[in-house]
Design a protein around this ligand. Structure first.
Ligand code: NAD
Length: 308
């Protein structure tokens, strides 16, 4: 029987599956109590985290008995993966398990921001009738979606967009133009610059690594088509948010949806308040009822198999 420490929220039935065979500490608030987290980590043979627990430095040093770190999600930027490897700790992500939720978020944001008709609730309820102002919305069919990072989420988003009649182009730094996936999906392989200058909607699906940090800076935002929409569900530190806000206010960008931030929670920021056509959400594009079930059971299964 192994000691399993779970530091953030996990589907309780998946926790029960682990607890049926092992000694489980499930405390979704443990992530916010560093001294207790360190104490519990010293006893853990398995550590299960979401994206807030930083598995590095003091926490990594405390993992003296740990064999497995399970990640309830896919981005590994909160885990010192090479440090884990050096200690013989296997890192297990929930690859693909929340891709559908993120892809649906991207498609919903695309349609809302191109159409621009969903921000009038207060005005209409207040007796105004802003029909003329909102009458220039755009259809989604026929527009070009540019996908940056053509992995699980990028490919699923592309398939949904094609189903709506969008043209799709993709840039992926690790895929060659003759990669099978472009033929299979019918998506055009593009350079980054061409994608940025031609896409009506640009969506980011890259990990946060050295080559993507600062990728979407002010110059790249300025190179986007006038009126284009930018969607970031990947990670903070990849998009320059003040530059996005400035481009929305100047009318260069037609809309933006941002789910991930340099600092989370995002500190209050007046430059983002009342910014036109800006949708902000608290890192939930991959977090739905169904995705939480899939992610939790995938990690429970993989952890049980690695302990067997
Ligand atoms: P994935 O590993 O399947 O795909 C990532 C793709 O990015 C790969 O094909 C890789 O080759 C490509 N890539 C790497 N470096 C690149 C670069 N410099 N330029 C262009 N492409 C590059 O991962 P995924 O499951 O599609 O997830 C993508 C990212 O989305 C994750 O790393 C995570 O940070 C983020 N994510 C966020 C949420 C959320 O709730 N907001 C949920 C899930 C995933």
């Amino acid at each position: 029987m192994a000691r399993i420490v779970i530091t953030e929220f996990m589907d309780e039935r998946a926790v029960a599956q682990l607890a049926a065979a092992h000694d489980v500490l499930y405390d979704p608030l443990l992530v916010d109590d560093m001294p207790r987290l360190i104490t519990e980590a010293q006893k853990a043979e398995v550590l299960i985290v979401r994206n807030r627990t930083q598995v590095r430095n003091a926490l990594l040093a405390a993992l003296g008995k740990c064999r497995v770190v399970g990640r309830l999600g896919v981005g590994l930027d909160n885990i010192d993966v090479s440090g884990c490897e050096a200690k013989g700790i296997e890192v297990i992500p929930a690859t693909g398990a929340n891709a559908l939720s993120v892809a649906e978020y991207v498609i919903a944001s695309t349609m809302m921001l191109l159409r621009g008709a969903f921000t009038a609730t207060e005005a209409v309820a207040g007796g105004q009738w802003p029909r003329t102002a909102l009458g220039n919305g755009r259809e989604t069919a026929g527009k070009t979606l540019g996908v940056i990072g053509f992995g699980s989420i990028g490919q699923m988003t592309a398939r949904m967009a094609q189903g709506l009649g969008m043209k799709v182009m993709a840039f992926d730094a690790l895929l060659r133009a003759d990669a099978e996936v472009f033929k299979q999906t019918g998506v055009a392989c593009s350079s980054l610059d061409k994608l940025i200058s031609e896409a009506d909607v640009v969506t980011l699906h890259v990990p946060l690594v050295d080559s993507t940090r600062g990728l979407f800076n002010a110059a790249r935002i300025a190179a986007m088509k006038k009126g284009a929409v930018l969607i970031n569900t990947s990670r903070g530190h990849i998009v320059d948010l003040p530059a996005v806000a400035a481009a929305l206010r100047s009318g260069h960008l037609g809309g933006a949806a941002i789910d991930v931030f340099d600092a989370e929670p995002l500190p209050a920021d007046t430059s983002l308040q009342n910014c036109p056509n800006l949708l902000l959400s608290p890192h939930i594009s991959g977090v739905t009822f169904e995705a939480n079930e899939r992610v939790s059971f995938m990690i429970a299964d993989k952890v049980l198999r690695s302990l067997a």
